[in-house]
Design a protein. Structure first.
Length: 314
């Protein structure tokens, strides 16, 4: 077991009862979850910042009895190693693509959120023969038109590094700013914070923010532009967009941009929900995914008559 995975897990491990798997990369060992039957469809879960595969725990628990569920921890995140290199978007796309290829994942439903949208779409656009469906929670996959002020200040070289990597400000504030309908309980908070418990282990949290491009000469701008230009290629696929409408970062404008690329996509607006949809609206998040892949869950059935969901599209 990599040293970086030795976190104080007493509080949260009961909600994350999954076996750990690792893939060797030149820059370190990448941790991932692989639950459920190995044949047939695969749900590929791709997280953003400052989360990790813990973000998907409820969905994996509910759906893994009938479907393979694979959830990556990006290098520097979760239980993966915390190296000094490998933190560009292009690196993360390459890492995920290698995992998909090594596991020979087929009939993939991509499930992604936050940075996971750009990473997951970037990897699967190069592997469209493996991709069957796409379900996105609040995310984006193009060069930013603007950067929210509270994110932009975190990009200040010295101040941002001290606040995010030194003081864990990004992770701590995310526990509040990503939620609108409800509050995280103590176990969930412990789970999100556990892998990021010291300066060295928080490098990826800062590097994700530092990698947000401001200008076209930034290498990640070019990576995002390449993804953006190819998004229409996926319009033929079944696609669901599940959006927390109270998200101040990946706002409803992001949803509308995806809809322009994919006019036949189903869109579900969760009017009183924030950025972390699987945490803020766990019943709807699960139901809408289970329905999409043809599953059924008790939690999903109980949420079937929620008044907080506005559906658009087919």
């Amino acid at each position: 077991m990599p040293a970086s995975s030795k976190t104080n897990d007493a509080k949260w491990r009961s909600e994350y009862p999954f076996s750990s798997h690792w893939m060797n990369l030149p820059d370190g060992q990448l941790h991932y979850v692989d639950e459920g039957p190995r044949s047939g469809e695969t749900l590929l879960f791709v997280h953003g910042n400052p989360t990790w595969s813990f973000h998907w725990r409820r969905l994996i628990t509910a759906l893994s009895p009938t479907r393979r569920c694979v959830a990556i921890d990006h290098l520097g995140c979760g239980l993966s190693d915390k190296p000094h290199v490998g933190y560009r978007l292009a690196d993360r796309i390459r890492h995920l693509g290698r995992l998909v290829d090594e596991l020979d994942l087929r009939q993939v439903t991509l499930v992604a959120q936050d940075w996971g949208g750009a990473i997951g779409l970037g990897a699967m656009l190069d592997r469209q023969e493996r991709l069957d469906r796409v379900l996105l929670y609040n995310t984006g996959a193009w060069p930013p038109d603007s950067i929210p002020a509270r994110i932009n200040v975190c990009k200040t070289p010295l101040l941002g590094k001290l606040a995010l990597q030194g003081g864990n400000l990004f992770s701590l504030t995310a526990l509040r700013m990503t939620m609108a309908r409800r509050k995280l309980d103590a176990i969930a908070e412990a789970g999100y914070l556990a892998p990021y418990n010291n300066w060295a282990n928080r490098r990826a949290v800062y590097e994700f923010v530092a990698d947000i491009p401001r200008t076209p000469d930034h290498p990640t701008w070019r990576t995002l532009k390449s993804i953006d230009e190819r998004l229409p290629q996926l319009a033929r696929l079944p696609i669901r967009l599940v959006w927390g409408m109270q998200d101040w970062c990946f706002t409803p404008a992001c949803l509308e941009r995806f809809q322009r690329y994919w006019p036949e996509a189903e869109a579900f607006r969760l009017e009183d929900v924030g950025h972390w949809v699987p945490e803020d609206a766990p019943e709807e998040a699960l139901r809408l995914l289970a329905e999409f892949v043809g599953g059924a869950t008790a939690v999903g059935d109980a949420a079937a008559h929620s008044t907080h969901v506005v559906r658009e599209g087919v």
